[in-house]
Design a protein around this ligand. Structure first.
Ligand code: CP
Ligand code: NVA
Length: 312
């Protein structure tokens, strides 16, 4: 079924229904097939996209920039060193100016409030390319990767292990619970996700027929998992927490021993990247045959193109 998502922003997957996420994934698979078949279009011809980055990026920036440009659009990269973004000019005013010049805006930065303000004041679709709280475009690529591997979400379990309260864990919790994927977070208790978010996602999961588990026990968390997922122990902007995080998260490294605890032979390994090999994941696992991290990275581009095609 086709949905009309024109004009919509993507700030978190909470704002999208299961059916709308399904639609975005269908478009993602379609644009990936087109690209593999060498079929080119100019669906963003005459359109402009502002790419605002307070934090660094490889995948997100390149996915937005290439997906938009190869369809004939004109992406403009603007870092915090280039424009006034909360310094000298308010985000509200920046949003109103950019909204007059661009057809859509991508924001990556610190405060989630900033991306909300951009969406409120710009009048054009705004995409959250990562904030301290959420990373929704990443999760669309992860869902696509799981679907490519297993053909469906039914009966599938994804286990996140590591910093259970970071942007990727939060957004996976939302995405998996909405789509009816069994989902667990295994983390030290100090790094559990916020209770309100867990409760909300338990409601999504019960509506979609799946389970959510939050535990500090790796045996329990990864048992039966079809995919084990981890992310860095220290997210951008949290560098001062390095020592504390290493101490807390050392027992939660994804290595062969942990992968075996799933009790399955065909469990895949996922990571949003960039990875710190030897910290959150062992070299063997990320470089081994279970790893799907490069497919996941490629799928950022297809899913991001699908979001922009659907909303611009
Ligand atoms: N996964 C991800 O968002 O990668 P970048 O930080 O390189 O954009
Ligand atoms: N949690 C990581 C994700 C990077 C894509 C960070 O915020 O740095």
């Amino acid at each position: 079924m086709a949905f009309n998502l024109k004009g919509r922003s993507l700030l978190t997957l909470k704002d999208f229904s299961k059916e709308e996420i399904r639609f975005l994934l269908d478009v993602s698979h379609q644009v990936k097939r087109e690209r593999k078949a060498g079929s080119y279009h100019l669906r963003f011809k005459g359109k402009t996209l502002a790419l605002l980055f307070e934090k660094r990026s490889t995948r997100t920036r390149c996915a937005f920039e290439t997906a938009f440009g190869e369809e004939g659009g004109y992406p403009v990269f603007l870092s915090g060193d280039d424009i006034q973004l909360g310094a000298k000019e308010t985000i509200e005013d920046t949003a109103r100016v950019l909204g007059r010049m661009f057809d859509a805006i991508q924001f990556r930065g610190f405060k989630h409030k900033s991306v909300e303000k951009l969406a409120e004041y710009s009048g054009v679709p705004v995409y959250n390319g990562l904030t301290d709280m959420y990373h929704p475009t990443q999760i669309l690529a992860d869902l696509m990767t799981v679907e490519e591997e297993f053909g469906s979400f039914k009966g599938i379990k994804v286990a996140f292990v590591g910093d259970g309260r970071n942007n990727v864990a939060n957004s996976l919790l939302i995405g998996c619970s909405k789509m009816g994927i069994d989902f667990s977070i295994t983390a030290p208790k100090d790094l559990f996700p916020q209770k309100e978010l867990v409760n909300l996602c338990r409601e999504y999961a019960s509506g979609a027929g799946s389970d959510i588990e939050i535990t500090d026990d790796t045996d329990r968390g990864v048992k039966g998992a079809h995919a084990v997922y981890t992310d860095v122990w220290i997210s951008m902007g949290e560098e001062e927490k390095q020592k504390e995080r290493y101490d807390l998260l050392k027992p939660y490294q994804v290595n062969n021993e942990l992968m075996e605890k799933t009790g399955r032979r065909n469990t895949i390994f996922m990571h949003c990247l960039p990875a710190v090999k030897g910290n959150e994941v062992s070299f063997d696992v990320i470089e081994g045959k279970a790893s799907r991290v490069w497919d996941e990275a490629e799928n950022r581009k297809h899913t991001i193109k699908a979001i922009m095609l659907s909303t611009i």
